[in-house]
Design a protein around this ligand. Sequence first.
Ligand SMILES: *[C@@H]1O[C@H](CO)[C@@H](O)[C@H](O)[C@H]1NC(C)=O
Ligand SMILES: *[C@@H]1O[C@H](CO)[C@@H](O)[C@H](O)[C@H]1NC(C)=O
Ligand SMILES: *[C@@H]1O[C@H](CO)[C@@H](O)[C@H](O)[C@H]1NC(C)=O
Length: 702
Amino acid sequence: MALVLLLLLWSFVATSWACPRECRCSLDERGRRGIRCESGGMRDPLPVMNMGTETELLLISAPPGNPNSFTLGPIFKGLRRLEEVHITYSGIPALGAHSFWGLHRLHVLNLTYNHISALMDTNFRGADALRHLDLSHNRIQSVPSAVFRHVRHLRTLTLASNMIPELVPRIFFGLARLERLDLSHNPLGDLQPERFTDVPELRQLSCAGCHLSSISSTLLQTLPQLRDLDLRNNRLTQVPLGIASTALPHLVTLRLDGNHLSFVEKGAISGSPLTSLHLAHNRISRLEINAFANSSIKHLDLSYNRLSHLEPGALEDTLHQLHEIQLSGNSLHVDQLLTVLPKARQLRRLGLGDMGLTRLPPELLRHSRHLHHLNVSANYLTTFSTEVLFNAPHLRSLDLSLNSFRGLDDAFFESVTSATELRTLRLEGNPWQCDQCHAGPLLRWLQDAPDQESGCDEPRVWTCIKCIGPRGVAGVVLSLLPPGDLPACPFTTPSALAVWPTWIEPSLDVMTDEPELPRGQLTRQEDIDIGWSVKKMMREEIYLVIVAGCVLVLLLLALIIVGIVLYNRHSAFYYTYEDDPDKKQKLMRFKESKNNNSTPTKMPAKGQLDATIATIDEMTDIDGSQEVLEEGQNHAPNHSPAIVSNHSPAIVQNHTPNHTQAINHIHEETHTPDISHNHTPPPSHTQSQNIPLENRPSSPTL
Ligand SMILES: *[C@@H]1O[C@H](CO)[C@@H](O)[C@H](O)[C@H]1NC(C)=O
Ligand SMILES: *[C@@H]1O[C@H](CO)[C@@H](O)[C@H](O)[C@H]1NC(C)=O
Ligand SMILES: *[C@@H]1O[C@H](CO)[C@@H](O)[C@H](O)[C@H]1NC(C)=O
């Protein structure tokens, strides 16, 4: 016993903990001996000889400008105590045979951001304690059957962002304890249920961006332990059947954002234990009645879909239990919201951004006493009722950015100050009118150093609130303006000031004052308040005048064009009868005569009139594409500007199909072929390596 102790002590002293020159060596937060080499530029051979045998954590990475480039042989032989190995951004082209042999303590192997193109049967032999294997962001095209059978204790396997074209049979053989599998961003196209029979314990499956167009319900039945299913950015057209069935008794989170769903079927998730359903960025225009009946949904994300109305019964059953609903980016009218939201009394988080709202009626949120987060960003709000803040005493964040606020009154900031739980208030991107009346209360509040964070780049520093007007202070950061320097109110009639803020005045609401804000493709919703409809009428009158003006101008233009065309019937004649050899000869003769008489005085009077107008032909000549044009159509007349210039370019184009063809031809040739969507599966090595398990060599014994 003493001998053993002595031996241990000796070995401890003898193996002084060496550190390679380009690395840092230190204990990590768990007291493990770690070597970190992150300066980059490392080449073969790795300085493993300088690494102490006691090393437990090895991290080799590189900054973007100075990547590593080396290979992995059986270099870790002397580092038997390694528990974690992270080698990233190092250009590793492949894993050697038995590279990790004998690393019986290795738990984490992270080889992301390398150039590995294939996995081989011998790669993971001997690393029998491995729990987490991350091979994402490589170039893996082939993963042979049963390649992971040597790492039977694996819990997490990440193969995301590779080029795996298909899952070969028994690919996950031996991974009976696997809990998390990430296959995202591989061009798989299909998930065959049989491939997943080897991983019955899977809790989390991700296949985002896998080009999937459907999910079979058999697959879901194969994975009864599933809790979290991420199928974002695929091509699914419906919520996978079987979610609603009892096949997945533990499913909690389902992500289907960015798919091609156009509606949510009746009973699509009825009876499922699902609590989080993410359906953002689909094409959903319809939620069928009872779509969520008997479900346990608490978090529902429907943002950026095409919902324009809500069936009364669609959400009915879930509303009372909803903690979160995201409706941003839909063109739901505020009246639609009024039929739904007041029933959602448990709501914690509400997203109503980018919906074209011009008003937010306080009764919308009268019953949402538990609201923590309210987002009404990117709408057209000009006022915000303090009642909302009083009704939601636990509000933690309020996003009013990118609206049409020109100012906010003292009452608003008083209620903000008294909202003790409000941590974040976003106000940037509004057309702040920095005079005493509009921005005065805001500036006074800012100068009191509010507790809230601003959402500006520097937290709590309100530098992203900029003045749009009046002229003297446009573009200035509001919080940097001394309060005395705020310009006086534009129309300071004291009564107007006291009763109602001046920004209501139509004279301030000229369209040209509107900032150009990114508010999706939605149009502003109609105002309903009587007070606002005056404004609206003014606006509509302006629109009417503009439209009428446009129509008049168009009519005039049309008249002029018709006149010109009639006037120049003869030249049009040449083109219409282009194929007629007689006419063509005539034209050629005319052309020759024109070329000979280069002085304008000898030109036909008609051509003389409009010779200054550039035609498409002239333009192409200038561009030097004359050769191509002529090559394409030797028989076509070489129009002189004097003849064709009478036509508007559009007409010329119509009459000279050959020219346009030739031009298109040029475009086609210079166009680089777009291969990004053209997925051609790389030559598959998988077949050859797909030998039956029985024929495989057994593990080597040492
Ligand atoms: C592997 O390294 C990458 C890059 O440093 C990191 O993002 C990822 O979380 C790591 N994976 C594991 C399993 O530690
Ligand atoms: C919801 O559950 C009840 C009772 O369990 C059942 O009668 C009803 O049909 C279910 N509704 C739907 C839409 O599945
Ligand atoms: C509010 O919603 C908008 C539009 O959907 C979004 O861009 C923004 O990030 C959200 N704000 C917060 C604080 O989540």
